[in-house]
Design a protein around this ligand. Structure first.
Ligand code: KG4
Length: 340
């Protein structure tokens, strides 16, 4: 079965083609750089660029990989959560193609996509496992019992981890989206003692908003704020603090729920220091924990994960309704197992 995947939940226009026999055929992304000027995503620009880019990207993939439209068996698109205007473009395009080619169509939950992104072209972890989902929109610890069976064990009470990276990067005068730049800057820094707010240490929920405020106030007190080394040390101390807190909470979740596998996905999981930190942290534990990450290119938003979940659901017997569905807010716990 060959699935065309479409993802337009925020500011990346993404298309992928996935084959259940041979795996991922291709995946392509257009990142809208216009938002850099504003330091954040502007929804009306986001939908405008999706509308302009989506058809040329689909055409180029079909042309470059010599794929004929008759070989596609189904379409999977992101139905939510995400920006309403952006989701609408992806849904309408998916629906139009499905109507013209008379193909089944499936609206996929973006967060479910992130969870399963770590399984594309890789050895799959056994269910049940714990997923730490750290993206631009979400920070959640999820007990994944099976596809469509999710229990949220803990989540951020305020901003997500990705947004925190971006906001602190902005405070340090790095360009948007700053997460990756902040992490790069941290590579040149040294850990200095900081009195970061001691946040929710004893449970598995998260809160990050205090960190940005702390750094903002801290910078105001000093006149050296523009010194490169000073900023790098602050970035390194922040990253180290967050990684210690994350790994500790994941360990707690694994122990409390008796799971042996941890899957980490979402944009922030692309962070190389984070990957090293988690491997080292769990290497020193007595239990034999298995740690899994998506391929680096599949951490941030992509359509491969949408096509892949579409394939999983269709091959598990999901009923096709061919209804146009958009859900800007859509909690994982509302999802169902495909057969029901
Ligand atoms: O998964 P994603 O594309 O967005 C949502 O689905 O919400 O994640 C984007 C987020 C951004 O906040 C970006 O700054 C962050 O992931 N990010 C990183 C890194 N690469 C992307 N944060 C820290 N270190 C990185 N290397």
């Amino acid at each position: 079965m060959i699935i065309l995947g479409i993802e337009t939940s925020c500011d990346d226009t993404c298309i992928a083609i996935y084959d259940t026999k041979s795996g991922l055929i291709t995946t392509k992304k257009y990142t809208q750089t216009i938002h850099t000027i504003f330091g954040g995503v502007i929804p009306k620009f986001s939908s405008f660029y999706h509308l302009n880019k989506i058809i040329p990207i689909i055409k180029s993939l079909f042309f470059n990989f010599q794929i004929h439209t008759t070989t596609i068996n189904a379409i999977a698109y992101t139905a939510g959560p995400g920006l309403y205007q952006s989701l609408l473009i992806g849904a309408y395009i998916a629906y139009s193609i499905s109507y013209t080619l008379k193909l089944p169509i499936l609206g996929i939950n973006h967060l479910e996509g992130h969870i399963f992104s770590a399984m594309i072209n890789k050895k799959k972890p056994d269910f049940p496992f714990i997923c730490l989902l750290i993206s631009g929109g979400n920070t959640q610890l999820i007990d994944v019992q099976n596809i469509g069976h999710y229990k949220i064990l803990g989540e951020s009470k305020d901003v997500s981890l990705g947004e925190t990276f971006d906001k602190i990067a902005k405070v340090l005068k790095l360009y948007y989206p700053g997460g990756v730049r902040l992490s790069h800057l941290a590579c040149f820094g040294k850990i200095k003692k900081q009195n970061f707010p001691k946040i929710l240490r004893n449970n598995i929920t998260f809160s990050f908003s205090g960190l940005k405020t702390y750094i903002l106030n801290y910078l105001k007190q000093f006149k050296y704020t523009n010194k490169y080394q000073y900023k790098a040390n602050l970035a390194k101390s922040f990253e180290e603090y967050v990684l210690n807190m994350l790994s500790y909470k994941c360990y707690k979740a694994l122990i409390n729920y008796g799971r042996s596998c941890l899957l980490i996905s979402g944009g922030v999981s692309a962070n190389k220091t984070l990957r090293k930190h988690f491997y080292l942290f769990f290497k020193n534990k007595l239990n034999n924990f298995q740690i899994t990450f998506p391929d680096q290119v599949l951490c941030t938003d992509n359509a491969a994960m949408i096509a892949y979940v579409g394939a999983l659901r269709l091959t598990s017997g999901e009923k096709i309704t061919n209804k146009l569905l958009i859900r800007p807010t859509w909690c994982l716990e509302e999802l169902k197992y495909p057969l029901f």
